[in-house]
Design a protein around this ligand. Structure first.
Ligand code: ZN
Length: 308
């Protein structure tokens, strides 16, 4: 259990210092008329209301990705040929007694290989704690997870699709089309990882989706990294609003400098998605959790600890 934990506030784009306090965050903050802003094609309006909350949020260690050239992620801002290590996270949500996953991390099987293995694009995946073992520590099994919401289909997000093949999956229609298209390679997907999704129950989404209709779990469309990339805005009673940004920006530096990685499917959409996420942070006071920011990830208690 995580209470009264403090975060470092590193500015507008930093993790807001909305620590768990004794005052319950009601997640009903309305955006003032002045703050109603339109960023690109995106309107931040009344659909940002939140009346419901999730019960718990667990950060799971989804492994590490060792990439040989950080300039791929931050073109023009990072030296070519320098290695970068990315944290990978998956998240477990409990809402109304049900279990929901947001992404699934790097494949558990990789844990059997000392030092990990190259999975895609010369990127080495390393798994130190399997997702299965982390769920076991919490006292549940993969079969207990009824719903999976997917940010996008890269190996570090969809790696354990097979563990959750029984669940109902929420995937953006554009992402689903690209994952199963003949040119999957151009998007960097590894279809063998998500073959089971051909038989799974999949709910296709077209843009934003308030999954339960109460604002507690809201999918925010943030394309650009891949065709159907999306982020997740969660409302917690004590912690407040948490935006799991997926790979809108791999880490804080990229968000602050609006860096668009060379592998992104659409640079213009990528920039607009970063603007959109930035507007949500500012207008709604949400914290942003960068999935691949190894420094920020190190400040989080991971499962079995949880946020309320
Ligand atoms: Zn990723």
């Amino acid at each position: 259990m995580v209470t009264r934990r403090k975060f470092i506030n590193t500015g507008v784009l930093g993790v807001a210092a909305i620590a768990a306090t004794s005052t319950l965050f009601r997640c009903s903050k309305k955006v003032s008329a002045q703050n109603n802003s339109i960023i690109g094609d995106f309107a931040i309006t009344e659909n940002t209301k939140h009346s419901g909350t999730i019960d718990r949020l667990y950060a799971l260690n989804g492994g590490f990705a060792v990439a040989p050239d950080q300039s791929v992620y931050s073109p023009g801002k990072a030296k070519k040929g320098e290695q970068i290590i990315l944290s990978c996270n998956a998240y477990l949500i409990r809402r109304a007694g049900e279990w929901i996953m947001w992404d699934t991390g790097i494949e558990d099987e990789v844990a059997k290989v000392p030092g990990g293995r190259i999975i895609a694009h010369d990127i080495r995946g390393i798994v130190v704690r399997t997702i299965s073992s982390q769920l076991a520590d919490i006292g549940i099994a993969p079969a207990d997870v009824r719903t999976v919401i997917l940010s996008h289909a890269h190996f570090d997000h969809v790696g354990n699709a097979a563990l959750f093949r029984h669940a109902t999956w929420y995937i953006q229609r554009r992402e689903h089309k690209a994952m199963f298209s003949p040119d999957y390679e151009q998007y960097g997907y590894s279809p063998s990882l998500y073959e089971d999704l051909k038989q799974a129950k999949v709910k296709l989404m077209d843009g934003d989706r308030d999954i339960f209709g109460d604002g507690s779990v809201k999918v925010i469309s943030t394309p650009g990294h891949t065709p159907g990339h999306c982020s997740l805005l969660l409302c917690l009673a004590k912690t407040g609003l948490v935006l799991l940004s997926g790979d809108v920006a791999h880490f804080r530096f990229n968000m602050e400098h609006r860096c668009v990685p060379t592998m992104n499917s659409n640079p213009e959409e990528s920039r607009r998605s970063m603007e959109r996420v930035d507007a949500i942070i500012r207008n709604e006071g949400a914290q942003i959790w960068f999935n691949h920011d190894i420094v920020q990830t190190a400040t989080f208690p991971h499962a079995p600890a949880h946020f309320n």
